[in-house]
Structures are given as C-alpha cells and as structure tokens.
Design a protein around this ligand. Structure first.
Ligand code: PEP
Ligand code: MG
Length: 727
C-alpha cells in the first residue's frame, strides 16, 4: 500500500491480494459515491466491466445492508439470505459464501469490503478479523486520499461541497473559514511489523494517560459532575477489557494508534445506536479518552501549527459556555454536532450574537481547518466548501443584511414611535459583560432583562459577593443612568449550575427552579441581593423575581429585600436612591392572581418563553413540539390581552421579555394589543423598531380583532396580508 500508484491501481491490487490470501474467488470494494449510493470500485473475480457501473442504494442487497447497519454479514448461502439481490452484470450468482464488512472510520461509513467464494462455508472468526483489519486500513487510506481517482466514488475526501442540515441555535448568517475546536488526530501508520514494539508503545502511552487522569482527579475542584467524568476516565484508563482488545489488535498486525482508533471506531458505532443518555455520555468519555491516547501516541497536540483564520467559524462536537466565552467575539459563527437550544453554550452564543447551528451531524469528521464554510443560523443550515453559485447567493443574503443594518443604524437614536403615534420602549436583554457594548450600539433604552444566572453558569464555582458586586457595578456604570432590570438568579430546569448538587427531577421545567430555589435555600439569594445593593451604591436599583407563580412567593421574596436593606443600613452602606421591585409573569396562574398582587408589584415582565410553554403545555426545549403552537395563536394573544387589561386596571407597568419580543411580526402584534415596552436581543432592536415605526398599531389591532371574530386560529396570515397591502 505504501507503493506509489494511482488510486484505482491501488484498489485493484488490494482486491487481488485479499482474494489471494483469503483463498476466495472474489474480493470487491464498494465505496460511497454520495450519501446513499454505493459503487463497485474494484473487484477481483466479478466481471471487470461492472466496475464503476454497478451501484446500489443504502440498504439494498447484502452489500447495502452491511453499509446501512454497519455490521458484517457472514453467510454460507448468500442467495438465500434475506435481501439478496442478483446483479446479472457482475455474474455473481455462482458464488455461495459471502462475507461483507463495513469500511468505516470513527463511526463514519465509507464503503463495504466483500469476499465471496463458490465453496459453501461460513468464514472463521480469524478470517472475519483479517478482513476487518483490511477494511480499517482501507478506511484510513481513504481518509488520507490514497484512492483518489476518476468519478464521484473516488473523489478526494474533504474536497467536495457538503450541505449539512442541523437546527437553529441562534439566528444570523456568517461566512468564514473552519476552525476546529479539537483538531483531528491523523493516523498514518496503520500496520506495523513489530508487535512487541507496538505493545510497549501502547503500554507506555496508557501509563502516561493514567498518570495524567490521576493528576486531573487530584486537581479537580470537588465539583461532583467533573469528578464523575474523571472517575469514568479513570475507570476506562484502567479497563482490562479495553487494554486486552487493543493488545489483540496489535498482535494481529496493527500499529498501537490503529488499535486505539479501531476500538474508538467501534465505540462510536455503538454511540450512534445507544439511546440511553447516561450510556451515551460514558461512550463520549471513552471517545475523549481515546483522543487523548492518540495524541500521546502520535505526538500530535492541540497545536497543529495551523493559524486561526481571520474569520473563524468554530466547529465542535460540543462546547462549554466558558470555552466559548474565551473565544469571544472573534468568532463569526459556531457549528456544533450536538448542543441544544437551551444549552449554556447556546445562551452564550445568543448573548454574543454569533450565529449558531446545532445538531449538524458529521461536521467534525467532515470539516478541515481552513475550509470555507457558510452558516445560516436562520435555517439551521451549513454549507461546507460551497461552490461558487452558493457562495454568490449567500453573499447576496449577507449584503442584504448589511444594508438592513445600515438602515437600522440611521434610526438608532430616534425614539420608537409607531405610525399612529404610540410611543414604544425598546430595551435589550443581557447577562454577560460582552453584552454591554451593545447598549450604545443597538439603540436600546435600557436593559429590560439582565439574566444574572449567566454569571453563575459560566463559572466553575459559586461567584463571591464582592466579585458579583463589581460586575453589577460595571453594568450600572455602562448603562449611564438608563434603567437595568436585574433578574435574580433563575436556575433549575435547563440551567444547572455545574457546582451545585444536581437533583434528579421527573420534570425539571415544572420543578424546583428560579424563585422556588431562592426561597427554599435563601443563602444565595441573600448574597446576591447584598451584591446588588452594594453595586448600586446609592444609585437607583431595579430588581425582578423570576417564575413567580403566586402572590405569596412575591411577598416572601420582597421581605428578603427588606431584610437585606435593613442589614445594609445597619452596616452604614449607601441605600439605593430609588428601588423598584417587579416580577416575571411566566406561569398562567399569576395572570389570575388577586388584585392585591397587581397593586403591590411595581411592574410585571412577561417571560414569553416560559409562559408560552405552560400555556400550550409544549416544552420549549423539545424539538418535536416547540414550534407546534404559534405565538400569534388567538388563544394566546387573547390571554396576553387580559394581562394587559389587568395591569391597566391597577396602573402596573408591563413589558414583554421573551424571545418573541425580538421577532418583528410578533412584536407588532404585542404592541397592537397594548404592550408598551419590549425587551429583546440587541440585534433585534433595529428590525423591530423599523417595522413598528412604519406601521399603524391601531390598524393591526383591528386586523387582530377581525381575525378573532372570523374564528381564525392564528392572526399571522391576516397580519402578513395587511402588511403586504400597506407597503
Ligand atoms: C422567558 O421565560 O421568557 C424568559 C425571558 O426567561 P428565560 O428565557 O431566561 O427563562
Ligand atoms: Mg423564563
């Protein structure tokens, strides 16, 4: 294989050698020409005319079945096997025995390797193993470009345009070049002549690995989740079974790194089939550990010598919020193989306004550092190594966005007044220091929601009071007197602090979260209130409690504020010149609370993300249902209108701060039914303002009422029709 030869010639030679040494009449190599078509690329024994002519779909015939399932088929009587397909052009009907093994690399399917013979017999375990090793070598060589030739099936890997469909993590579009969070380890020597030497190399590397895992454990901060992962690492690093399998691979001729990769590949294949979340996590641990071992063996570190491009788009299987923050705003976009909409990384990406696509399968296998890539966060699509027409279309899209941004910049400092003269206050959501520059840049009139939990989520340990006080003070400094609504710690549900004991709950979204935790375990809330009061240092302060479901919770939380103030007073610290206390309306129950509640609470902010999930009983994190119900559904709008009416009745200020506030059509309907303050991502302020300023809210209100009278389910199409006609 090391010989210089063209790809096709190498493949031919491999089929010839394999058939010869296995004593079979036939050996054939099938490779993928596209995602679901296999092509016969070389054969010894079948009709040579069929090469590059015979093709089959994934799952079709025995070869297609091996490819689909990733499992070998070993049969003495192929024609009577389920799914056998006779292909006259290959003249294969006379062969009875069939052994097919998948050609795959790190869980990625590349093709199928087959031997066939006339004698009716099953292949022995040793023979199966031998063929698997050949398949593995084939896979590595395919990755290294050894079989490049004519036609799609022999095209070089990592050179073709690939379109990947994932899901939206954060809207926006970006174009740039790939930067891999975890550079890929390349194994160049698959087979080795001296098993003894390879065994020694493996042992030394594993010893090294064990020591480093022990060191990590010794240095761990005591955080339980991290400890669990490290314990799992230690267990794998000391696993006899893992070691034994790798030693066997070596004694059969593989190099130490190929043995590690073979086991890793099998773990990945299992990972794709396991649905149990815990087991999947453990298989991921094993995968990480294998990567570490490969780095030790190959000497390839994270430093690959390649330089981060100017316009990096980060590619990772997953990434923690802290790591993402370290890259910060220099990233143009992020693509994750896993991730979820509510993950902390997604929250950070959103705060940094970086387009994010999640669930982009295969991306870490497919992308190479420096590849051109385009990320469409609106559609959840990634174009890797796009061809020029796609690039041109994408450039147009970016240009249109840039043009719109320019338009928005021109109205940035104009107050938002609708075409019918209604003044609307547009605020921004924030939570990280990185958000602060947006206060000036976006034209926001203040921070309508400061998610204080983000500062807790991005750390490995509980922040100290003085640290928090400094951060809050910097936020107030940056706001230059504009209002900042600090929401007290909103944890639980999807927001789990890495250093807090994880509590297993049957349904976390309906569980022990936000103010419920704050009231049951008031220590952290007290510390936070104190930090906020000290940060204000005499300046006005606005606080808001999350997830209040009934009056009593609000009253108790308020008492905590009173106590904190009394303590500060006693200590002789400055008290806020003005203190406003509000609550988030995130559960339907609060909309029906007593009048007393509405009178006592200074302001309410509708947390539409949560309120909507409880109104429709549709989990905001669950891809199967989260888009099922339209925010502009009239049941929901009517419900929101009733909240507007209750607030008007008691003169309670009202705003809306869920994601919907940042969607122009939704924002239009919310203001039409009476919301006068909206808080949204900074990037949404321009588009929302631009639409509100051009539109008559009274007319939109009439459209909504007419749709309700007509018995419509949602007002979306009626409002869109109205806007089309009005423009
Ligand atoms: C909401 O629920 O709408 C909200 C703004 O809070 P979060 O998204 O942080 O739960
Ligand atoms: Mg919420």
């Amino acid at each position: 294989m090391a010989e210089e030869a063209a790809g096709q010639e190498r493949l031919n030679k491999i089929t010839h050698l394999t058939a010869d040494s296995m004593g079979t009449e036939v050996c054939s190599i099938y490779l993928f020409r596209d995602d679901d078509t296999l092509e016969l690329c070389a054969t010894q024994g079948l009709n040579p005319e069929a090469v590059h002519q015979t093709r089959m779909k994934l799952g079709e015939g025995l070869v297609g079945r091996v490819a689909r399932t990733g499992k070998q088929i070993n049969t003495a009587d192929a024609p009577s096997e389920r799914g056998f397909r006779y292909m006259p052009e290959t003249g294969e009907e006379i062969y009875s025995s069939f052994l097919g093994v998948p050609v795959q690399r790190l869980g990625e399917k590349l093709g199928v390797l087959v031997v066939q013979s006339k004698t009716k017999r099953e292949f022995t375990a040793d023979e199966v193993y031998a063929l698997e090793v050949v398949a593995m070598v084939l896979a590595e060589m395919t990755e290294l470009g050894a079989f490049v030739g004519e036609g799609a099936a022999l095209s070089a890997r990592h050179t073709q345009a690939v379109l990947l469909r994932g899901a939206t993590g954060q809207e926006g579009a970006a174009m740039g070049h790939v930067w891999l969070h975890e550079p890929r380890v390349v194994v160049t020597n698959v087979v080795a002549d001296d098993p003894e030497k390879e065994r020694t190399r493996l042992h030394e590397a594993v010893d090294h690995l064990r020591v480093s895992v022990d060191e990590m454990l010794a240095g761990a901060s005591g955080d339980t989740e991290q400890m669990q992962v490290l314990e799992a690492y230690r267990m794998f690093a000391n696993s006899k079974g893992w070691m034994r399998r790798m030693e066997e691979d070596i004694s059969r001729g593989l190099s130490a790194e190929a043995a590690v990769e073979k086991e890793q590949s099998q773990a990945r294949a299992r990972m794709n089939q396991v649905t149990d979340a815990y087991l999947r996590e453990r298989l991921h641990d094993l995968d990480d550990l294998s990567n570490r071992l490969l780095r030790i063996l190959t000497g390839q570190g994270r430093e690959t010598g390649s330089e981060m491009p100017d316009d990096p788009i980060l590619i990772a299987r997953n990434i923690g919020p802290g790591e993402l923050l370290e890259y910060g705003r220099k990233l143009k976009g992020v693509v994750l193989e896993e991730g979820s909409v509510g993950s902390h990384a997604a929250i950070v990406a959103r705060a940094l306004a970086i387009p994010l696509v999640i669930h982009a399968e295969r991306i870490t296998n497919e992308a190479l550092n420096g590849d051109r890539i385009m990320v469409d966060g609106d559609q959840g699509i990634v174009h890797l190594r796009p061809d020029d027409t796609v690039v041109a279309a994408f450039r147009d899209k970016l240009a249109m966005q840039a043009e719109a941004q320019e338009r928005y910049a021109s109205i940035r400092d104009t107050p938002c007044v609708s075409a019918c003269g209604t003044r609307i206050h547009l605020m921004m959501n924030a939570g990280l220091m990185a958000d602060l520059p947006s206060l000036d840049g976006s034209g926001a009139e203040g921070v309508g929601l400061f998610r204080t939990e983000l500062q807790f989520l991005v750390r490995n340990q509980m922040p100290r009071r003085t640290e928090l006080a400094e951060i809050y003070a910097r936020v107030l400094d940056a706001s230059k007197g504009k209002r900042v609504i600090f929401r007290t710690l909103d944890i639980g549900s999807d927001k789990v602090l890495p250093y807090m004991r994880r509590i297993e709950e049957p349904n976390p979204a309906l569980g022990w979260r936000a103010i419920r935790v704050g009231l049951d375990k008031p220590g952290v809330m007290r510390m936070q209130l104190q930090a906020l009061l000290r940060a204000a240092n005499g300046r006005p302060l606005t606080l808001m409690f999350p997830f209040v479901a009934q009056y009593e919770e609000f009253a108790r939380a308020r008492q905590e504020v009173d106590k904190a103030i009394a303590r500060e007073e006693k200590l002789g610290h400055a008290l806020p010149e003005k203190l406003s206390i509000g609550a988030m309306l995130e559960t339907p129950s609060l909309a029906f609370a007593s009048k007393r509640f509405f009178e006592e609470v200074e302001f309410l902010s509708v947390g539409g993300n949560d309120l909507k999930q409880f109104f429709f009983a549709a989990d905001r994190e669950n891809e199967l249902v989260r888009r099922r119900y339209d925010t502009l559904n009239l049941s929901f709008l009517t419900f929101l209108e009733s909240i507007v009416a209750r607030c008007a009745d008691t003169d309670t200020q009202l705003s809306f701060c869920g994601e919907d506030a940042g969607r122009p059509i939704e924002a239009l309907c919310l203001t039409a039914i009476g919301f006068r303050s909206l808080s949204m991502r900074p990037a949404s302020i321009g588009p929302v303002k631009s639409l509100l300023m051009r539109t008559r809210l009274d007319e939109v209100k009439a459209v909504i009422d007419a749709a309700r009278d007509a018995g419509e389910q949602s007002v979306r199409s009626a409002v869109l029709d109205y806007l089309r006609e009005a423009s």
